[in-house]
Every structure is written in structure tokens, then in C-alpha cells.
Design a binder for this molecule. Structure first.
Ligand SMILES: Nc1ncnc2c1ncn2[C@@H]1O[C@H](COP(=O)(O)OP(=O)(O)OP(=O)(O)O)[C@@H](O)[C@H]1O
Length: 369
């Protein structure tokens, strides 16, 4: 069949009716795969957005899509995006579209889906698809970040180890230490690194009961991260489901949630298999031992005051290509003999965006003000 005929058959694909089609075409020998992305499929919006930004910029058939973006300040901006309109659109993807072999074309299609998901920021109901913060942007003391990342990956990649031994496939972490040292930021970045999404629940909701929490957790979307806050204790639960859920509660009276109800949700009968739980707290000593007993918490890590190494790395994250100066700055800070948090450093650097070293040293006391 001549190539023109192959291509013309694509025209029969409904582009937006129940989805749209993606096709890979071989060069000398013709291999053609059409892939329908139904509009109910989770990747539909990602791929559409990806095609819009990457593939179909030059198309002359456009539709408008209006959206509203709300910033933390409450300010709302209306955005008008132009997406490919109903019809057939062709686009190139790298060089792979010229590949001869169908498995290469399949790989290209898979790449398209991965890339579109990574670049998408589209929320779906109460879960967001992606997190932008790279794990390297959260500077913990040497080795901590890698240690936790390796540990989580080891857990994720070995489900059979648990099932073979009849052990519940769950894992828990406790990050503790003073406020503003990156416990929450690290968990967020870790979710991004593992390509987990975010889903937010508010445990401060006064109407939240043990039963309701149980129900909400059992309905948590696939591959999600579920963090908790319990009064002075914050617990972050990273579920194997790929969406992250923020849960905040004060079990001591503010809600109808009880400690025993919470414990049941964590590892009771209804508890999800394959769950990774992250708890964070500023006061480990105040935690009920039942909350952090082995089986609920398997790795405890202290995230403490910034070391010289962290100060240097924070400096380099803010002011690029300043390796030597970052060391000097770290020495200046340490010479004050005062504990410093990453949040304090961040606030200080934000007031000195130009990175003038002399000004930084002159104002250094402002870090603690
Ligand atoms: N280690 C770090 N590296 C980079 N930025 C950090 C780090 N720690 C904190 N920050 C910055 O400081 C802010 C507060 O950090 P974060 O909320 O993660 O701290 P926390 O330890 O979870 O605090 P809390 O115990 O109060 O919840 C964030 O905006 C983050 O950007």
C-alpha cells in the first residue's frame, strides 16, 4: 500500500471524539502503529498538552482552552491555551519516527507518554500529577538523601521479598528535627524523583472521623503519597500509589480522629499493601511509642542544624559557580557558633539576590534575626 494511502487511513481516527490517535511511521519499510488515547485515560490531558507544546505548534487548526491559575497569594490569572483542534495532525518525535522497527516505534510512543507526564502540571480532582522540585535542591547532610532514596527504591523494587516471607509489604520513615530544615521539602522532592504525584487531604477537618479517614485512605488513588500531621507530630505517608496525599490532623481533641483510629488506619486490616509511610516531627520524644514502633517506622533519621557542607551547598544552589566563595561563606557562618536552618539561609539569600559577597558577610547576623 503506498505511503499516502497509509497516512490517509489515519484520517479515519477520531482525534477528539473518544480520544486521539498517535502514529509511528517507518521510513523505507513502512511500519505503522496507531495508538488511541481515550479521553477517559489519565494520560489524555498530559499527551494533549505535550503535543500542543512540542509537536503541533505549527498547526493551523486550533481550539482554545481556558483555564484559571490561582497563586498562593490568592491572585487568579486566566490563561488561554491553544490546542490542536478536532482533526488529524501529524508531528515528528525526535528521529525515532524514522525507525524501521515497530519495537522502536513503540519505544518512541512510550517516551512520548513519559515525557508528557513529566512536563505536565495538570491536576485531576484532588491529586496533582507531578512535582517540579529536584531532589538535589533539598540539601541535607552528607549521605542522608542518598540513603533514604536507596532505601525507598529497594523497598519499591522488592515486593516479592515480603510476600515470600508473609510480611506486610509496608515501610515507614520518621524524619525528626527542628522546624525549617527540609523534612517536608525532602519528601516532596522524593515524590518528584520517584514520579509519585500529590493528593491532598486535610486532617484538620473537624468532621473527620476514624471511619472517614479509613474510607479516604482506602480510596486513595493508585501510587500516592500520604503525609500526616498529628498535633506537634507530622506524619507523612508515602503510599505506593502514585499520588501524594497531605493529611493534617490534631488527634488531641481538634478532630474526631483518635490515636487508635489513626493506628488502625496505618496498619489495621484496611491498611494498604505496598505503602511507604513518612512521618515528620519536631519533637520525637513527645511521640506515642506505639506510633513509631518497628513495623510502623523502620528508619528514623534526624534532620538537624545545617553543617558546613550544607551551608556551602545551599550557597551554591543560590549563587552558581561560586565553589570557593561558598566555602568562605560557610566558614563565616560557622564562626558565629549559632545553629542555622536551611529555611533561615534561604530567607537570607532571598534578601541578597545579587550575591554580593561583601554585603552578605556584612549582613550575616540577619540570618538569625
Ligand atoms: N535542606 C534544605 N534544602 C533546601 N531548602 C530547604 C531545606 N530545608 C528547608 N528549606 C527551605 O525552607 C522552607 C521550609 O522547609 P520545610 O518545610 O521543608 O522544613 P521542615 O523541616 O519540614 O519544617 P517543619 O518541621 O516546620 O515542617 C522550604 O521552603 C524550603 O525551601
Amino acid at each position: 500500500m503506498p505511503i499516502a494511502e497509509y497516512i490517509s487511513t489515519l484520517g479515519d481516527n477520531p482525534y477528539f471524539g473518544a480520544g486521539f490517535g498517535l502514529a509511528g511511521i517507518g521510513a523505507s519499510t513502512i511500519y505503522l502503529i496507531t495508538l488511541e488515547v481515550p479521553c477517559r485515560d489519565k494520560s489524555y490531558q498530559w499527551v494533549l498538552q505535550w503535543i500542543t507544546t512540542k509537536g503541533a505548534r505549527k498547526t493551523q487548526h486550533l481550539s482554545v482552552e481556558t483555564s484559571f491559575e490561582q497563586f498562593d497569594s490568592g491572585h487568579v490569572v486566566t490563561k488561554y491555551d491553544f490546542i490542536p483542534s478536532i482533526g488529524t495532525h501529524y508531528f515528528r518525535y525526535g528521529n525515532a519516527i524514522r525507525n524501521r522497527y515497530t519495537n522502536c516505534i513503540r519505544k518512541s510512543l512510550r517516551d512520548i507518554f513519559r515525557n508528557s507526564r513529566r512536563s505536565s502540571t495538570i491536576g485531576n480532582g484532588d491529586h496533582l500529577a507531578i512535582l517540579g522540585k529536584p531532589i538535589s535542591s533539598v540539601v541535607l547532610d552528607k549521605g542522608i538523601s542518598d540513603k533514604i532514596l536507596e532505601d525507598v527504591k529497594e523497598f519499591i523494587n522488592n515486593p516479592t521479598w515480603y510476600s515470600d516471607r508473609g510480611i506486610p509489604y509496608r515501610w515507614g520513615y520518621l524524619l525528626h528535627g527542628p522546624p525549617g530544615y527540609g523534612k517536608s521539602s525532602f519528601i516532596t522532592a522524593l515524590a518528584g524523583e520517584l514520579e509519585y504525584g500529590i493528593c491532598i487531604l486535610n486532617l484538620s477537618d473537624k468532621g473527620l472521623t476514624d471511619d472517614r479517614l479509613n474510607h479516604l485512605l482506602s480510596c486513595a488513588p493508585q501510587n500516592s503519597m500520604l503525609p500526616y500531621q498529628v498535633e506537634k507530630v507530622e506524619k507523612k505517608q508515602l503510599n505506593r500509589h502514585k499520588v501524594r496525599v497531605y493529611l493534617k490532623t490534631a488527634y488531641a481533641g481538634l478532630t474526631q480522629l483518635t490515636l487508635s483510629g489513626l493506628l488502625n488506619c496505618l496498619d489495621g486490616v484496611a491498611s494498604t499493601e505496598g505503602r511507604i509511610l513518612f512521618m515528620t516531627t519536631n519533637y520525637k520524644e513527645r511521640l506515642n511509642p506505639a506510633l513509631i514502633r518497628p513495623g510502623r517506622v523502620d528508619l528514623i533519621e534526624y534532620i538537624g542544624h545545617c553543617t558546613e557542607h550544607q551551608i556551602e551547598m545551599m550557597y551554591r544552589n543560590f549563587y552558581k559557580d561560586q565553589t570557593e566563595i561558598s566555602k568562605k561563606f560557610a566558614a563565616e557562618v560557622r564562626s558565629r557558633n549559632k545553629p542555622v536552618s536551611a529555611a533561615q539561609l534561604q530567607g537570607f539569600f532571598m534578601k541578597h539576590k545579587d550575591g554580593n559577597f561583601d554585603a552578605l558577610v556584612e549582613d550575616i547576623e540577619l540570618i538569625w534575626s
